[in-house]
Each structure stands twice: as C-alpha cells, then as structure tokens.
Design a protein around this ligand. Sequence first.
Ligand SMILES: Cc1cc2nc3c(=O)[nH]c(=O)nc-3n(C[C@H](O)[C@H](O)[C@H](O)COP(=O)(O)OP(=O)(O)OC[C@H]3O[C@@H](n4cnc5c(N)ncnc54)[C@H](O)[C@@H]3O)c2cc1C
Length: 442
Amino acid sequence: MRAVGAATEQRHCDIAVIGGGPAGSTAAALLAERGFRVALFEKSRHPRFHIGESLLPANLPLFERLGVADEVRAIGMQKWGAEFVSPWHDWASRLRFADAWGTSQPFAYQVRRSQFDEILFRNAARRGAQALEGCRVREVKFLAAAGAELQVQHEAGGEERWRARFVVDASGRDTFLGSRLQAKQRNPRHNSAAIYAHFRDAQRHEGSCAGDISIFWFEHGWFWFIPLADGATSVGAVVWPYYLRSRAKPVNEFLMDTIALCPALAARLAGAERVSDAEATGNYSYACDRTHGPGYLLLGDAYTFIDPVFSTGVMLAMHSAFIGVEAIDACLRRPAEAPRALARFDRQMRRGPRDFSWFIYRVTNPTMQSLFMTPRNYLRMRDALMALLAGDVFGRRPFRASLLIFKAVFYLSSLAHLGRTIRAWRRRRENIRDHPAANASA
Ligand SMILES: Cc1cc2nc3c(=O)[nH]c(=O)nc-3n(C[C@H](O)[C@H](O)[C@H](O)COP(=O)(O)OP(=O)(O)OC[C@H]3O[C@@H](n4cnc5c(N)ncnc54)[C@H](O)[C@@H]3O)c2cc1C
C-alpha cells in the first residue's frame, strides 16, 4: 500500500466500495472483473474477528461463481442441517437441508469469519480491485455533476481524497450512508440483543451431524451452538433486550450464568473452556428506507439486518452484491437501462428480508416452536420450509404454495391455543418496545 502524507492528493476510481466484509469484497471482485477501476476501503485489517459464522446452502453457488469454493471448503465445517432443542419438549428435532424442495445443495459451511472474510477480501484484490486495509472512509460528498468525493483516513494518520463515479456502501452495521442520510430506521417489529464467545472442547454430535448448528430455546430467547472446523465452538445467546439490561456482572460471567439457565446447552459445554472474551451487542434490527439513490447503492447489512436466527446475513450480503453489480453496470455503461435495473435491484433487496422476517418474528412463539419440534410434511410443508431455510428465496420458488399452507397451519394452530397465543403476543409486544438503553452496544 502506498504511503500517504498530504491531505490534498486526489485519487480516482470508477467505483468506491466502503467496507471489506462479504458484501463489499464480493461486489469489488465482480466489478473489477467487469473492467471497472474499483477501490475497496476496509477500516480494519484482515484477518479480523466478525460474528456470523453459520452459512447457508445458497452461499455455495455464490462461492463457485466468485472462484473461492475450494478455499472456503478448506476452512469450513460441513453443516448438513439444524437441530432444535426446547425445554418444553423432551426430544430434539433435526431438520436437514437434504429434504429441501428441489435441493441441489444439501449442505452449507460453518466458518471462522476472520478466515472467510479474508478469503473474499484477497479474492477481490486478485481480481483487480485496489483492496485497501486500515482505510476508513470518513466522509462522502455527492457532486451535483455526478459521482462523489470521499475523504479517507489511514490508520497511520494520513488522509486522502478520492473521486469516484459511483459509491457502494457495504459498511455493515456501521450503516455509513444510511446513518448520514438519516435513512436508517429501527425495526418496529423486532428487538433483540446478543452475547457470545468461543469455547474449546464442547461436546459435538457424532458423524455427519457433527457440524450442524444447534438452536436451544430458553426462557429469555435462544442460543446458537456452531461447531467450527478447528475444534472451537461459537456459542451465543440471542435475548430480549430486558434480559441484557438486567446484567449486573462482567460480560464473561453473565454469559456463563445465562448458559446455566439452559440445562441442555450447559450439558454440551460441561467439559468446555471459554477461549475468547464474551461480547455483547445491543439491538441490531433495523432497515434503511431506501436501497439506493443517485450515485450509490446500499448492500448487505448497510441496508438492513433483522436477526441471526436463520443464518441469513452473509448469504443476503453476498447476494446483494451480485444483484448490485448488475445495477451499477447499467448505471455506468447503459444509462437508458438504469431505471429498470435499479427497480429490479430494489425488489430483490427487499424480498429476502421480507420472506425471512415472517419466520424470524415468530421464532420465540410457542406455536412456531411446536411446528419446528414436530415438523410434518403434509403437502410438502417441511420440504418448503427447508428450501426457505436453505436460502432459496430468489429463484422461481415452486414451493410457495406449501409455504402458505405452513403459515395457514400456524394461524389455525394459534387459534386452537388462543390463551397461549394471546399471552405470547402480549409478551412479544412488551419486549420489542423501544427502550433507548437497549440500543447501545454493551
Ligand atoms: C449476533 C449476530 C450473529 C450473527 N450470526 C450470523 C450467522 O450465523 N450467519 C450469518 O450468515 N449471519 C449472521 N449474522 C449477520 C452477519 O454477521 C452479517 O449479516 C454479515 O456480516 C453482513 O455482511 P456485510 O458485508 O454486509 O457487513 P460486515 O460483514 O459487517 O462488513 C462490513 C465491513 O465494513 C467495514 N467498515 C465499516 N465502516 C467502514 C468505513 N467507514 N470505512 C471502511 N470500512 C468500514 C467493517 O470493518 C467491516 O469489515 C449475525 C449477526 C449478529 C449481530
């Protein structure tokens, strides 16, 4: 990387990408391949920690198209499905991607994000993007004529000015443009917080289930248990904000106390040792009111994030890059086609979060828990559910009718247990209320 001194120097690129996570690195690689001059700015240095380690089968074709499938295979733990464990049922339920409607991808991977994100970032550089680490974008000024000027700060202290024809915001939960344009809004229908750490020597399942994600419900929310290829296990609790606010102890102790509230998980961690400090994150459920504007697009978490429960974040981030690149190509090379391309981008950006959110909002509902604990395949309801959970939301979706039947069964079953349904609805309404203290990172 070149040394930077004077603040007056101006550099040029076609496209400036803010953020070298899955969305930004994917977009930068694809745009560079199309012959654009791309500058990819990442404020940290890879490898760096990031939460979000469980991927979906729908990620695999994206790896192939990016040319990183072998590298991801080398660091990944195969994940063939998900196990659900509930304190209100005395069995565990196992759902397999192999059952998904029309599947050609029966497994996914669990990955250490430090390794995974580095693979994608280096791939962008290999494909011709200028991949700059330790470079934080401080300001973006959109120019009346077209394009934008960016002010970039290097970790060594120097500053640079860049001129770009187009800006891609892939800054994740920093929501660089969304925040500055006041386009970011708290999700009024969801509110949760997370606390997590890595463990060594957690008890894994035998055979092909060894890499499956386990979801444990408990009184205050649910836990993930994600086995990684190097023997570590990522464990996190996703809880209602009131529970995180009740913390009166250091985060490490609080996490261990929380695990003790879930005996089935505690049993799998009985001989395990925590090998990282626990981290806590306040409410992270939000969306921007737009996916793009003149001269820019928002990708991945820079546009929206709802909840980690179905491991959709990385897939949606990478997919947003694939569709975003088509729209940018139209904007810069075929302006007459730009309005249609942007409208298509907008539709697809909203579709994924919308399709998953119906399930996300109900995941702690007792009726939904029963449906997951006793999955039935009447009229291929289970196969349709698994197609959705595998991330198959952007294609033809021949399973839509069966998914509607699943939803109808949910509503009928909720009616059949009206008292329980009303109690759950009241509790949820109280829990998702905005409490400012819950919205800060702990
Ligand atoms: C508790 C929790 C658990 C999760 N678990 C999962 C999971 O199991 N599976 C899953 O798929 N998803 C999960 N997610 C979601 C997942 O982490 C994100 O959806 C995913 O990382 C989004 O990718 P991205 O590229 O949009 O953003 P990010 O991965 O956040 O990347 C953004 C990058 O931008 C950089 N950046 C930010 N601001 C600037 C700036 N001004 N200048 C330069 N660089 C900047 C950041 O350093 C970062 O590297 C989870 C999220 C949470 C909160």
